[in-house]
Design a protein around this ligand. Structure first.
Ligand code: ATP
Ligand code: MG
Length: 170
């Protein structure tokens, strides 16, 4: 199956659930026989979604981040982001749903030029659904998208000292 027309999603804001929402969208799409490619930027450590992907035919999961990424970006992170974007441009030609997880953060951190991402959106094939996630979406990205969802932080156990939990947060 292929989509007749693909749209662009932006999942942004500082509440929990952006990556989870993108994974949920993929699950639904895979159920309908659509091929999904999920490229995770910046983060390069083992996640539940990375492990789950191998059980789902039609779900390709690729991490482009450094395994030891510590939220302090380096030149290597910039290089990895640019390689991830080149890969994304290739995948646009051969998938139905493409998720670029945390790519909005890469723009926010100046590891990727906003215009480069905007031009990828513009050149997206008509039938591909494109999902961009990450805090701090710029107004031009919001303008370029069809669906924009803001995840508003109300409470998160992090703020009472709870660490990230395996299987729930990663
Ligand atoms: P998830 O991957 O759980 O859907 P997310 O993609 O919305 O969350 P990210 O900004 O990618 O959130 O952060 C990923 C990790 O940080 C997750 O472990 C998540 O629980 C945690 N997290 C999300 N929001 C916050 C927050 N406001 N403060 C602290 N930690 C957060
Ligand atoms: Mg995320």
């Amino acid at each position: 199956m292929a989509l007749k027309k693909g749209f662009v999603h932006v999942y942004t804001g500082n509440g929990k659930g952006k990556t989870s929402a993108a994974l949920g969208l993929c699950l639904r799409a895979i159920g309908r026989g659509l091929k999904c490619t999920f490229i995770q930027f910046l983060k390069g450590w083992e996640t539940g979604e990375l492990l789950a992907a191998k059980y789902l035919p039609g779900f390709e999961f690729i991490q482009t981040g450094r395994p030891d990424y510590d939220f302090k970006p380096t030149e290597e992170d910039r290089r990895r982001v640019h390689e991830g974007v080149k890969l994304a441009e290739e995948k646009l030609k051969e998938t139905d749903v493409l998720v670029l997880d945390e790519i909005i953060v890469a723009v926010h951190l100046n590891l990727l030029e906003e215009n480069r991402l905007l031009s990828l959106i513009e050149r997206k094939p008509e039938t591909v659904e494109l999902v961009l996630t990450g805090r701090h979406a710029t107004s031009r990205l919001i303008e370029a998208a069809d669906y924009v969802t803001y995840f508003q932080l109300v409470k998160h156990p992090f703020y009472r000292g709870e660490g990230a939990r395996k299987g729930i947060d990663y």
